[in-house]
Every structure is written in structure tokens, then in C-alpha cells.
Design a protein around this ligand. Sequence first.
Ligand code: 1GP
Length: 232
Amino acid sequence: MDYKTWRHAFKIDPAKKLSDDDLEAVAESGTDGIIIGGSDGVTLENVLDLLARFRRFSVPLALEVSTVESVTPGFDYYFIPTILNTTDSKWLNGLHHEALREYGHMMNFDEIVTEGYCILNPGCTAAKLTGVNTVPDEEDVQAYARMAEHLFSLPVFYMEYSGKYGDPQLVKAAKELLNNTRLFYGGGIRSAEQAKEMAAIADTVIVGNIIYDDLKAALATVSAVKSVPLSV
Ligand code: 1GP
């Protein structure tokens, strides 16, 4: 299933443990895609472990690349974040340049999807890692959304609240400006109601940590998202 039609995706952190039963429940949940990625402790070994275990199921798999060393063939997609509101160019284009110098000649660009990230929770690990220390306001977010769609023609604009539930008004303010660029929302979804609220605005809703805290609630977000038409 093409990532452009994904409404719901689970994000699996390679640094966290997931039992075989829980992994099967996630894979068979009816979600549209699994994104494997995290900000910390991602290694080739733990990525390969998840790849092998999820590949037994038919759900599409994306690797969200955070370190070049943990990239391996076998995924349907490679999601490449570029942090639009970083203060450190390493996270905007630095690592990308290094990776392309080394591996550009053997990359299949049909599998690669660049995600223009706007990090909105300065307390999250991704923010600390990438030097995001201010909270973008509505005008900032709209500027980044326009940057993603019009300046850089990015396929995805990712509003990342990781660990904190976001502000639907702000997500709406971005969505209103996007036509060709898909809007991913991720962060702090802990209930079917929250999943529904964001599903009415964002093209794709990404659910992460609750998988490890309350699997039942995590699984309930799948049908919640799919029950909602996009309203913006
Ligand atoms: C993290 O956007 C995802 O990259 C999901 O966030 O873990 O808070 O659900 P949570």
C-alpha cells in the first residue's frame, strides 16, 4: 500500500523491547504502515531484528533513517527526516550530504521519501538532539509548511510533538496550506478520541509510545483513525 494513502501508522522504536505477541498484534492491527525509527539507541542489529520479525506479515514497512550505519535493504520505504526548524545544519542537510557522498550511487530514489519535520515539543529527545529549543508559533508553522510544499517540494510535512499531544488548531493551520505535500501528525496520542481528533485534520496519524504502555489503547487508535474522514 502506497504511503500516500496511509491514514494510520505505528512507529516502532528499535531501542525498545516488543514481545512476539505484541509485535504480531501491531502488525495485524489493520494499520496502514509500520515506521521503524527512533532518536536514540538505533543500531543495525536492532533494526535488522525488527525487519525480520515484521517481514513475516504483509504490512508495509518504512525505515525512518536517523543514522547511516543502521540502514539496510529490505524495507518498502526509507523515510528521511530533514528538520526544518533545527538550529544545526547537520540535521537539515549535513548527514544527508555525507550519506549521498558515500551511498548516493547505489540508492533507489523511488523508495525514498523526504519528511520535512517541524518539531513542536522542545522537551522531546529529537528536539534535544537536533537543537530545537523554541516552540514554533502559528506563523512559524505556516512558514515551515509553505517551505515544505512550495520551496522544497517535499512529499511530507511532519508535525512532531513526540511525547506530547499537540494543538489541533496549529495542525489545522498547517493543513490548510498544504495541497501536494502530505501532513503527518505524531505525538502524545493516548486514546481513540485523540486519534480521531487528529485524523480529521492530518493525512496520516502516527502512534508511537503508547504501544509500549497500553497496547490495547494503541490498537484502538487504528479503527478510530479509519472511522474519520479528513475534514480540512
Ligand atoms: C514519534 O511522532 C511519533 O516520532 C509518535 O509520538 O511516541 O508520542 O506517540 P508518540
